[in-house]
Design a protein around this ligand. Structure first.
Ligand SMILES: Cc1ncc(COP(=O)(O)O)c(C=O)c1O
Length: 381
C-alpha cells in the first residue's frame, strides 16, 4: 500500500462540500412548504431540466429503473399510434449494461432479446440489431453506456422502417450530445435518465426522469408514475409509485447549475488519460485498449480493456487507486433474465466482461491524482 491517500472512484462528500449552503436552502424550502412528494419542487426541477436539455417534456420519476419501466408500460397503453407494444413483444437490447436495462423490459411484460456487441465497441450497432430482428421484434432499447453518445440515426431508420419503437437508456449519459448538439434521449421516442448519486447529475438518494418530444407519451408516463391514475382516484391502467421525492428534486435543482462544470472536468480527466496512455496502448494493444474518443461523450466512466485486467486492477489497488468492473457478468447470463430470454452465446459481450476496468474519472480529482493513475497503469505493465 502506498503512503498516498486513496484515490476513490467517486468522492461525493468532497464534491458536495462547497455546495452546503445551496443544499441546506433546498432542504429548508421543503421544510417550509411541507410538500414532500411531487408538487412545486418537482415541477420546478422538471422545467429547469427541460430548459437545460432543450426538450419539451420532462417527467421526474423515482429512479432510472422506473423511468424505463414507466416508459415501457406507457408504450403499451391505448389504441393510438403510440400504443405500439403489446405483452410478449420482443425488445432488442445490449447484453452489456446494468441489470435494469433488461429487467425493466421484462417487468413491463415484454421480452428482452440480447444482441452481441459491434466489434471494438461497448454496444451493438445497426448491423447486429438488423441480424437479430424477428417478426416479433417491436422495439429496440439502446444504451448510452458510460456516457458515450451512440449514433442512433441508422438504428432509428431501421426501427421506423419496421414500425418498431426506439427507446434510449440514458441513465449514464446526462450531458452527452450528438454531432448536431442535440442531447441523447431525443432520437428515440423517449430517453430515460438516472440521478443515482454516482451519475453525472446525482441526487442525494434515488431519482430519475423520462424525456420525450411526444405530448401523448409524456401524459401517459405521468399517469404511470402515479399508479396509472388518469383522473383523481380513477385507475384505468396499471402503473406504479414512480414518483420523484420533492426533496430530491430540490437538491437536483441546486446541483444542475454545476453539471456543465462537472462534465467539463470529466472530459478533461478523460483527455488527460488518453493523451498519456495512448503510446502504451499503441505499443501493447493486447494489454491496454483505451475507450473511443466519441465526440459529445459525457464520460460517466472511463473504461479501459485489458487481457490482463486482474493484474492491472491489483497493481492499481496496491497504488491506492480504486477501480470498478462494469460489468462482470453479461445480462444474458444473469439468472433474473436468462430464463425469460432465448439462450444465446454472445462472445463479444462475454469477453468485454472479462476485460473491462473503470479508472477514477469523477470531478474533484486533482492533477496529482491523474498523474498517479497514469503512472500506476504504466507501472503495472
Ligand atoms: C445503463 C443503466 N440503466 C439503468 C440504470 C438504472 O438507474 P437507477 O439506478 O437510477 O434505477 C442504471 C443505473 O446504474 C444504468 O447504469
Amino acid at each position: 500500500m502506498s503512503q498516498h491517500s486513496q484515490i476513490v472512484s467517486f468522492d461525493m462528500v468532497r464534491l458536495l462540500q462547497p455546495l452546503q449552503d445551496e443544499l441546506h436552502a433546498a432542504l429548508q424550502r421543503c421544510l417550509s412548504h411541507g410538500t414532500f412528494v411531487l408538487g412545486p419542487e418537482v415541477l420546478a426541477f422538471e422545467a429547469q431540466l427541460a430548459h437545460w436539455l432543450d426538450v419539451p417534456h420532462v417527467i421526474g420519476v423515482s429512479s432510472g429503473t422506473d423511468a424505463l419501466l414507466a416508459t415501457f408500460l406507457a408504450l403499451q397503453q391505448g389504441n393510438g399510434d403510440l400504443a405500439r407494444l403489446k405483452p410478449g413483444d420482443e425488445v432488442l437490447t445490449t447484453p452489456f449494461s446494468f441489470i435494469s436495462s433488461a429487467t425493466s423490459i421484462l417487468r413491463a411484460g415484454l421480452r428482452p432479446v440480447f444482441v452481441d456487441l459491434q466489434p471494438g465497441c461497448f454496444y451493438p450497432g445497426v448491423d447486429e440489431f438488423a441480424q437479430a430482428w424477428t417478426p416479433k421484434t417491436r422495439a429496440v432499447l439502446a444504451v448510452h453506456l458510460f456516457g458515450e453518445p451512440l449514433d442512433l440515426i441508422q438504428i432509428n431508420k431501421l426501427c421506423v422502417s419496421r414500425r418498431a419503437v426506439l427507446v434510449e437508456d440514458c441513465a449514464q449519459a446526462i450531458g452527452a450530445t450528438h454531432s448536431n448538439d442535440r442531447p441523447v434521449g431525443t432520437t428515440g421516442v423517449a430517453g430515460c435518465f438516472s440521478f443515482f448519486p454516482a451519475k453525472n447529475l446525482g441526487a442525494l438518494g434515488d431519482g430519475g426522469a423520462v424525456i420525450t418530444t411526444d405530448e401523448t407519451l409524456a401524459a401517459r408516463v405521468r399517469e404511470k408514475r402515479q399508479h396509472g391514475q388518469a383522473l383523481r382516484y380513477q385507475f384505468d391502467h396499471l402503473g406504479g409509485n414512480f414518483r420523484l421525492d420533492a426533496l430530491q428534486a430540490a437538491f437536483l435543482s441546486a446541483l444542475l447549475p454545476h453539471l456543465d462544470t462537472w462534465i467539463a472536468e470529466r472530459r478533461s480527466n478523460a483527455a488527460y488519460y488518453t493523451e498519456h496512455l495512448q503510446q502504451l496502448a499503441r505499443l501493447r494493444p493486447d494489454l491496454l485498449k483505451l475507450p473511443a474518443r466519441t465526440p459529445g461523450h459525457a464520460w460517466n466512466q472511463y473504461v479501459v480493456r485489458s487481457s490482463e485486467r486482474n493484474k492491472l486492477r491489483a497493481a492499481l489497488q496496491a497504488a491506492g487507486i480504486q477501480t470498478q468492473i462494469y460489468y462482470p457478468t453479461a445480462l444474458h447470463q444473469q439468472g433474473a433474465v436468462a430464463s425469460a430470454s432465448p439462450p444465446a452465446s454472445l462472445p463479444l459481450a462475454e469477453k468485454a466482461c472479462r476485460e473491462v476496468l473503470a479508472l477514477p474519472i469523477a470531478p474533484g480529482m486533482t492533477q496529482a491524482d491523474r498523474e498517479r493513475v497514469v503512472a500506476a497503469v504504466k507501472t503495472a505493465f
